[in-house]
Design a protein around this ligand. Structure first.
Ligand code: ADP
Length: 410
């Protein structure tokens, strides 16, 4: 069946149409600058060049209408009619403690999802907007929601409880939730397949290093700890997010710079991390070039980023009581031999040694980059969060049709 997978941001919609039998994307693309001047749709059918269409795209409903139209268009389309879309799968950032598995969208579910906005005010409203827009455009098509937090729901309390009054967990749900769950799940499953070992017996550290970055300790296929927390701000340093800092720094800066809550939030989420530290860019490619040209702050940004990843690798080996594999994924993890080499530097003591040539040659492909005598396997695995959503969406849609089979003869 053909499944439309949607990931809605504040002003963007990313999409893929995936054939669940072949697990290939028939087309993929994105709509950006929704609601702004110069909105644009980039669309890439699997067998033809990418096209760009600009237009007035006022909201997410219009954006999804554009997507469905181009999927059916004569020159750039991959389907003839929208009835070929069997289901829509949505990425939803926060499932709270309620949603620990993908679910079929119903009016009751939408009500529950709205209750979670409080936990993820920057993300969930856009995801909800995307679901509403898809239901409006494809009213007869089942919609499935899958949550970034779900893969981490089996974390033990000692990993998810913070050292603040317990009543705040009870009252406001303040605990570690973790994000990027679909990616951590996909790459840990792939790692087990590459190593030809059952995931149940493996201890894997997954490093999702994109603009947002997080790591997970995956023991026996279960995430037992992860670096993002109550929000996606905790943990590793990211493109523009600070990651771990002493919480008192926030109070101190708010007082000294007379920042309000909104300004403090913007400082930590948009002006910190690699961008704030390097002063060069939020993009690791620019920072690597600047570092090679001798820019000290760019070098420092890479040093800090990789040092923290190394600390988390060791911490998660401790959390799991051992380590079989480290997996690098997402934009930086898949494409930067420099960062991967730095993250594995001086880690021989814990059995991690990479093959420098294999690492240097490995750009955006699946590969084992460990040295032949490395006890811990170091893998690069391109992530595919959309495929995880597609597989789960197909599973749910198939289970509905088993429960309600079509009458014979139709
Ligand atoms: P997201 O989906 O979170 O926006 P991605 O996983 O696409 O992020 O990762 C984006 C980041 O990947 C970019 O900010 C860039 O820093 C990094 N990146 C992409 N290609 C390279 C490369 N060749 N070398 C180093 N970093 C890269």
């Amino acid at each position: 069946m053909k499944l439309l997978i949607i990931n809605c941001g504040s002003s963007s919609v990313k999409y893929q149409l995936i054939d669940s039998e072949t697990e290939k994307a028939l087309a993929k693309g994105s709509v950006s600058r929704i609601g702004m001047a110069g909105a644009v749709l980039n669309h890439k059918p699997h067998d033809r060049p990418e096209v760009q269409v600009s237009g007035e795209i006022l909201d997410h409903i219009v954006a999804i209408q554009y997507v469905v139209s181009i999927l059916m268009s004569e020159n750039h389309g991959v389907i003839k009619d929208k009835s070929e879309i069997a289901a829509v799968g949505h990425r939803v950032v926060h499932g709270g403690e309620t949603f620990t598995a993908p679910v079929l969208v119903t009016p009751d579910l939408m009500q529950e999802l709205r209750k979670l906005i409080e936990l993820a005010p920057l993300h969930n409203p856009h995801n909800i907007r995307g679901i509403n827009a898809a239901m409006e455009t494809l009213p007869d098509v089942p919609q499935v929601a899958m949550f970034d937090t779900a893969f981490h729901h089996k974390m033990p309390p000692h990993a998810y409880i913070y050292g603040i009054p317990y009543v705040l967990y009870k009252r406001y749900g303040i605990r570690r939730y973790g994000f990027h769950g679909m990616s951590h799940r996909f790459v840990s499953d792939r790692a087990a397949a590459i190593l030809k070992r059952p995931i149940e017996e493996l201890k894997i550290v997954t490093c999702h290093l994109g603009s947002g970055a997080s790591m997970a300790a995956v023991k026996g296929g279960v995430s037992v700890d992860t670096s993002m927390g109550f929000t996606p701000l905790e943990g590793l340093m990211m493109s523009t997010r600070s990651g771990d800092i002493d919480p008192a720094i926030i109070l101190h800066i708010m007082a000294r710079e007379e920042l309000n809550l909104h300004e403090a939030n913007t400082l930590l989420n948009k002006h910190s991390g690699l961008a704030g530290l390097s002063g060069v860019s939020s993009d690791m490619r620019d920072i690597e070039s600047a570092a090679e040209e001798g820019n000290n702050n760019a070098r420092l940004a890479i040093d800090v980023h990789c040092y923290r990843i190394r600390k988390y690798i060791a911490a998660y080996a401790a959390a799991m009581g051992g380590l079989d594999a480290v997996v690098f994924t997402a934009g930086i993890g898949e494409n930067s031999p420099t960062v991967r080499a730095r993250c594995c530097e001086d880690m021989e003591w814990m059995g991690i040694r990479i093959d420098e040539a294999a690492n240097s040659d490995c750009i955006a492909i699946e590969r084992n980059i460990s040295a032949s005598d490395s006890r811990v396997q170091v893998l690069v695995v391109p992530t595919n969060e959309e495929l995880v959503i597609a597989r789960e969406t197909a599973r749910i849609v198939e289970s509905i049709s088993e429960e309600h089979p079509e009458p014979a003869g139709t």
